[in-house]
Design a protein around this ligand. Structure first.
Ligand SMILES: Nc1ncnc2c1ncn2[C@@H]1O[C@H](COP(=O)(O)OP(=O)(O)OP(=O)(O)O)[C@@H](O)[C@H]1O
Ligand SMILES: [Mg+2]
Length: 394
């Protein structure tokens, strides 16, 4: 571990040659922060690092320090010259140079300045009363562990695919919220791959993403290649989670991928993104409808567990009618919730006759039929889900 390494020459970690112990009024001593120069002007992280390191010369050369903290010498040099350090790097040099947290604090400040605390705000809220998906969450966490293992060579791209309304966005947001603390920042973009209008053009999405990194519209390069280059260099050596929701195809996604393996990209799409599957860091997870237990839990969370438990057979029939598709289950459950004085069994009988009527009229597949029936049955067409389903069904 970096923190327990002795400095060259053996012995205990030396105190800074340039360090003055300052007496406080209560008699305790403290070390002046490395972040201020003689004129009390705050130093950048890189400048403070170099100052600390040079104060320890000849004991500590750049090469020796890089070797001891297990970072590449050229990387250390780039950071001394202004590149933003990762939290791990800042911690390693802080410990090695006995900076007492001053370097870590400077790195935190630099990151906050570069990314004005908007990353988390870019992530929409995960759906309330999210249920189940333990298996899929476990798989996503395992993929993340692989991605962060030492020696990872390529940016990790996880593609979550599945039919409309199966819960891709819900799961993506749930996972992103669970893991966001492990990243320097999180960026989110809706690629509008299957919305009413045309899919978002990659260069438009890049403008949005650059906005999330604190780049104002007038600073965004017009040339798409330069724009993509700026995006990649801002993410260079930073650990970002990028959520690209609702992608149309691989061509739309590819220009948005960061270049470095320290980032993780989660893409959702109604299609399997076969073009991305050949990339070394790409993994696919296909989402199926909920299992029966999960669908029943979802109904309970919308209509109340007590009401659901009062007629389990009716609830089971309800979720089956909805083909266990979360979108259909949620809409049907909301209809039940809005009729507190009718029994669940009566309401399910109602839904069943609606489904039968539609089945006579349409040759749609099970999922589409489930959504169509739940929608047509719902009187609450202004609910956001119902409105979206309306678009979905054309
Ligand atoms: N695990 C879940 N628990 C609770 N609600 C869920 C779950 N999964 C999905 N939902 C709900 O089902 C509805 C549809 O989910 P979502 O929008 O994630 O589907 P999608 O697969 O992204 O669809 P689309 O292809 O249209 O983008 C939403 O209201 C969402 O909140
Ligand atoms: Mg979605």
């Amino acid at each position: 571990m970096v923190g327990s390494q002795a400095l060259p020459g053996g012995g205990a970690r030396p105190t800074h040659s340039g360090e003055r112990a300052v007496a406080q009024e209560d008699g305790a001593t403290t070390t002046p922060p490395a972040v201020l120069d003689g004129d009390e002007v705050p130093l950048t992280f890189g400048a403070a690092l170099r100052q600390r390191r040079e104060a320890l010369r000849p004991t500590v050369s750049l090469r020796a320090m890089a070797k001891e903290i297990h970072f590449d010498k050229s990387q250390v040099s780039r950071i001394e010259n202004g590149q933003l350090p990762t939290p791990e790097f800042a911690q390693a040099v802080d410990t090695y140079l006995a900076a007492g947290g001053a370097l870590v604090a400077l790195a935190d400040q630099a990151r906050a300045r570069r990314h004005p605390s908007t990353q988390a705000a870019q992530l929409p809220a995960a759906p309330n009363n999210f249920v189940g998906r333990d298996l899929q969450l476990g798989r996503l966490h395992a993929l993340l562990a692989e991605a962060t293992a030492p020696g990872a060579m390529a940016v990790t791209v996880v593609c979550l695919d599945g039919p409309p309304g199966v819960g891709k966005t819900a799961l993506a947001l749930r996972w992103a919220h669970e893991i966001q603390d492990q990243f320097d920042g999180v960026l989110f973009a809706n690629l509008r791959g299957f919305s009413a209008g045309a899919p978002a053009a990659p260069h438009q999405v890049l403008e949005e993403l650059l906005g999330g990194l604190g780049i104002s519209p007038d600073q965004v390069p017009a040339d798409p290649a330069v724009r993509a280059g700026l995006f990649r260099s801002l993410l260079h050596d930073q650990r970002f989670l990028l959520v690209l929701d609702n992608a149309a195809d691989s061509q739309q996604v590819r220009p948005l991928l960061p270049g470095m393996p320290n980032c993780v990209v989660l893409v959702t799409s109604r299609q399997r993104l076969a073009g991305l599957a050949i990339d070394p860091g790409a993994r696919a997870v296909t989402l199926n409808p909920l299992d029966r237990g999960e669908a029943v839990t979802l109904v309970g969370s919308v209509i109340g567990d007590q009401r659901a438990a009062a007629d389990p057979a009716a609830v089971a029939a309800l979720v089956q009618r909805c083909a266990y598709l979360p979108l259909a289950v949620r809409i049907a459950a909301e209809r039940v919730a809005s009729h507190p004085h009718q029994t669940v069994a009566d309401l399910v009988a109602d839904l069943a006759s609606e489904s039968d009527r539609l089945e006579l009229l349409s040759a749609a597949d099970d999922d589409t039929m489930a959504v169509r029936a739940a929608f047509s049955w719902s009187y609450r067409a202004l609910e956001p889900d119902a409105a979206r389903m309306f678009r979905l069904l054309g």
